[in-house]
Design a binder for this molecule. Structure first.
Ligand SMILES: Nc1nc2c(c(=O)[nH]1)N[C@H]1C(S)=C(S)[C@@H](COP(=O)(O)O)O[C@H]1N2
Ligand SMILES: [Mo]
Length: 323
């Protein structure tokens, strides 16, 4: 008889790492591990506080000017929570992976742009940042596991990057891929995951003004555990669409087989737009836990960004938009 092994992704996050447990574990770590590790010089002191791993030379570009158009309806999540409670399966299925993620080398970092474009090219992260320029935006982030945060991201509009990449008119989707390096990312040795992590958007979505490529967080380069040096922020979709540590952008006319969709199609689809009325097969999406507190707040359709995005979906009613 086949004995089915329980895998990390089969647990709702709330069961996998209850935050109280997580906090206790952190305190334990602080008391037991961090001291000796700091003493041994294994962890830079500034990392021990909030994992503020810096990426690359453009540090001088921070903090970037805030674009005040995008307002929050709640306080900014303190960095000590959003930089120590992460989803990054390349490093771990647990949330306390920020130390493990420091193994990622983000400099130099090159980015491939290809597929249905006028001319494929490779560009360094540093050059790309110089070309695009940076701004800060306050966005909410809603994980499919029913927790949320509110973050000042630094970066540039994905629409601006799309223009720069010069896709062909026949391109329908943008496929984005995370690095592959099992030597630094132990999760990538787990064969049952469909590595590398791939995400995708339709061209309409990619060009929506909210779609944002992130290089920074809290006015500094984005920490490794949060997706350095370049990640996506798509605030109206579940968090797994916001792919981290991107190395490739490919324009295509085929809907990309995204990571979670490939792994568990009955639970995670391509669209994954936030909707409190459509439960996950194993839990409700009606409310969300505010990261860093025990507060539950109602979840909003499109995570509250309907004014910006609802029109894109008017003619897509037949699609499974909300899962
Ligand atoms: N490459 C990669 N990108 C990823 C993930 C991942 O495991 N690997 N997790 C996703 C999920 S489920 C969420 S909620 C966000 C979490 O981002 P954060 O750790 O900065 O909060 O990253 C997304 N991007
Ligand atoms: Mo998530």
């Amino acid at each position: 008889m086949l004995i089915r092994r329980k895998r990390g992704w089969e647990l709702p996050e709330s069961a996998a790492t209850d935050e109280a447990v997580f906090r206790n574990r952190r305190n334990l770590l602080k008391g037991l591990a961090a001291g000796p590790m700091l003493a041994a010089g294994l962890v830079a002191p500034h990392l021990a506080a909030a994992g503020e791993a810096a990426a690359g030379p453009p540090a001088s570009l921070y903090p970037a000017k805030r674009n005040d158009k995008y307002k929050l309806d709640r306080p900014i999540t303190p960095a000590k929570y959003s930089t120590t409670y992460n989803n990054f399966y390349e490093f771990s299925e647990d949330k306390d992976l920020w130390q493990a993620a420091q193994a990622l080398k983000v400099e130099p970092w090159s980015i491939k742009v290809g597929g249905m474009v006028e001319k494929p090219f490779t560009i360094s992260f540093d050059d790309l940042v110089k070309k695009m320029g940076l701004e800060e935006r306050l966005y909410r982030h809603r994980c499919v596991e029913a927790w949320s945060m509110a973050v000042p991201w630094t970066g540039f509009a994905l629409a601006k990057f799309v223009d720069f990449a010069r896709p062909l008119g026949s391109a329908k989707y943008l496929k984005m891929t995370t690095f592959t390096d099992p030597a630094v990312a132990p999760g990538q040795n787990k064969f049952f995951y469909p590595w590398p992590y791939v995400e995708g958007l339709t061209m309409f979505e990619a060009k929506n003004e909210l779609s944002f490529l992130v290089t920074g967080m809290y006015g500094k380069p984005v920490p490794k555990q949060d997706g350095a040096p370049l990640r996506l922020a798509i605030p109206w979709k579940y968090g797994f669409k916001s792919v981290k540590s991107i190395v490739s952008f490919e324009f295509t006319d085929q809907m990309p087989k995204t990571f979670w969709w490939a792994l568990q199609p009955s639970e995670y689809g391509f669209w994954a737009d936030v909707n409190p009325a459509v439960p996950h097969p194993r839990w409700s999406q009606a409310t969300e836990r505010v990261l860093g507190s025990d507060m539950q707040v109602p979840t909003l359709i499109w995570n509250g960004y309907g004014d910006y995005v609802a029109d894109m979906y008017k003619n897509l009613k037949g699609e499974r938009l909300f899962a």
